[in-house]
Design a protein around this ligand. Sequence first.
Ligand SMILES: [Zn+2]
Length: 362
Amino acid sequence: MLPVPPSLFLSAEKADELAVWKSSEPNVVSLHLPVDESGSYPTTLDRLIREAAASNPPPIRRDLDGIAAFVRGSFVPGSRRGLCVYSCVKYGIFETFAAPETVTRALTVSTRPYLRPLNDLRRRYYRFLTLQANERTARFTEIHLGESVLVESLSGDFRGEGLEQAARRALELCRERRADRLVLGAEPGLLAELEPLLEPELRDRLIHEPLLGLDRPAEAVVERVRHSEQDAMRLREDVLVSHFLEELRAGGAVAGLERVAEALQQGCVTRLLVRDGWAKMGRSCAACGRLSVDHRSCPWCFRATTPVLDLVEELADRAAAAGVDVFRVTRDPRFDGIGRIGAELGVRGRAASRPVPRLRPA
Ligand SMILES: [Zn+2]
């Protein structure tokens, strides 16, 4: 019998477990692999593994072998465009997650899994619970990052009391599994009976899909949900970029790496917008920790600075840690025109960004 391939689905619970897990040694291997349609990703993996094997001690060889065997042996690319694998053979950890979009390729070895790419994806994609029902069966499926998992299936009389039971279970599962949206797939008559039975907190995040009855296969459900999610993401990006450009014209926002870095470090930014996947080198002061684009000596404390591999990510990380809303722009070409990074300013920042009025000669 062939071994069962590991699940590619990321539950909220699993994400929490990984976030706090730490090894006592630097023996946790994290792989982020872009999966291209032409199928050359195993070659990319080979290169990453060669580099990692050359610069790390032998004990991680077993992790690297396990990852290579999984990618070449049991991973099915399909419409998946990114793959994340976390391995620590010594403690029996081997977790695999797929993404519907590409990830930046990297293979790192550390004391804990490198979760930033996965966390970025999680922030941008909803977690859906779907309830597909007919008169006799109610089936719950969870969908996140383009992957689905069957949660449970109930049988009963879903024209009468059973429907109330299904509505109660929908609430419990949405809470337990932290679903952002509930998708209802049933014929219109059943939908009309079911909706009033749902708690108000569910009715606010409801999506009706009368065509997603129980006869639809899991792939069709994932595809339908992905479609409506992409529409929602496109709309949200359009709204946020438009708002940012208006603010920029009105003096309520700044654009470009230099000005954004300055505004962020002054603590006057409310929302950071950054082109997804854009990286740029910068400099960091070892003494005060301030970041700059290219200052060899720190503009704040005048000590020597050291290079930072990716200033854009570093700024985004610090912004998120400070509670600033970070939004990654994936498509809108208007955003590239203003320098691929922008920040909306709070009240304090607005005053500072306004040009100082020149005194008129008396
Ligand atoms: Zn400094």
